[in-house]
Design a protein around this ligand. Structure first.
Ligand code: SF4
Length: 297
């Protein structure tokens, strides 16, 4: 299988067939992103995609789930995605779901009818970097969408029958807006009721604007106590009917996976326990290692 550049995938796609249909990210401007700094966005020719599917028939003929790469494969037109889905189903008949990263803008460019056709073709389980429900944070992070746009587009996905992961980043509002970020993000999550909520915490690496802004002090990041307070406030405010909270990303202070609403109290207790354990470090800013893991804890 040909794959160009570093390949990122959500942790729950570990058993999926990764199929490259684009190179890089069509947006490539998020303030915190260091995934594709020097990669020129490109759409892979259909012949290349078909050759990779053919190759997959030899080593994973029974695969059930395919994840389309790279950064926002849902940017492809509905027509091209339907062609890819058709090629997958013809050669790999056991495939049930075709997932991929998607942005709010990628959804906006598709009609309701196209979303329904894509869902009928097995496209489901999109992974969406919404990041925050606070417009000030979204603007600084250069996400290219507002909170209201995210709400509208995510509800369109639900109407088309498509499940998705709502990815949110604790700390997006920085030390000054952590309360507002928690409240606005929880309100947006409550409004759209995602099937899956993927939580990480804000971190930066050399090569992205956020890293420079943190170094210069233009962006004041949350300290450990504020990150815990923000997570607690977010969980307290969540009012969800049936959502899986996936918070095992290494950047999180309190790794947890839980069902909401059933395990809300357990989640809050886990945050309180971590606060007690880290009492001596609450005023420190996180010292980060690989994948944003917090070392001073
Ligand atoms: S949309 Fe995703 S991959 Fe693209 S720049 Fe933003 S965070 Fe990075």
């Amino acid at each position: 299988m040909n794959m160009t550049g570093i390949v990122y995938r959500p942790p729950y796609e570990a058993n999926s067939l990764l199929l490259q249909v684009t190179l890089g990210c069509s947006h490539n401007k998020c303030t915190f992103c260091y995934m594709y700094p020097d990669v020129q966005f490109k759409v892979c020719p259909m012949e290349e995609v078909e050759a990779d599917i053919e190759e997959a028939t030899r080593y994973c003929p029974n695969v059930k789930r395919v994840f389309l790469e790279h950064g926002d494969a849902f940017v492809l037109s509905a027509e091209k995605l339907l062609k890819i889905a058709d090629a997958i189903h013809r050669k790999l008949p056991k495939v049930e779901t075709i997932a991929m990263y998607a942005s709010i803008q990628n959804i906006k460019t598709k009609t309701d009818e196209e979303l329904q056709l894509l869902r009928a073709a097995g496209i489901h389980g999109l992974d969406i970097g919404v990041e925050s429900g606070l417009d000030a944070a979204l603007t600084y992070m250069n996400k290219g969408h507002t909170s209201a746009e995210a709400r509208e587009q995510l509800l369109r996905l639900t109407k088309a029958g498509m499940d998705y992961s709502f990815n949110a980043i604790l700390g997006c509002g920085g030390a000054e807006l952590w309360k507002e970020n928690a409240d606005a993000t929880a309100d947006l999550i409550n409004a759209v009721q995602p099937h899956l909520l993927f939580i990480g915490s804000l971190h930066a690496q050399p090569g992205c604007r956020l890293y420079q802004d943190m170094k210069s002090g233009t962006f004041k990041e949350c300290n450990i106590g504020q990150l815990l307070d923000e997570q607690e406030r977010l969980i307290q405010r969540l009012d969800l009917k049936d959502t899986y909270y996936f918070g095992s990303h290494p950047s999180n202070l309190v790794p947890m996976q839980a069902k909401l609403p059933d395990q809300k109290q357990d989640m809050l207790e886990a945050v309180q326990e971590t606060r007690e354990q880290l009492r001596a470090h609450l005023d420190e800013v996180p010292v980060r290692g690989g994948e944003g893991s917090i070392l001073n804890r």
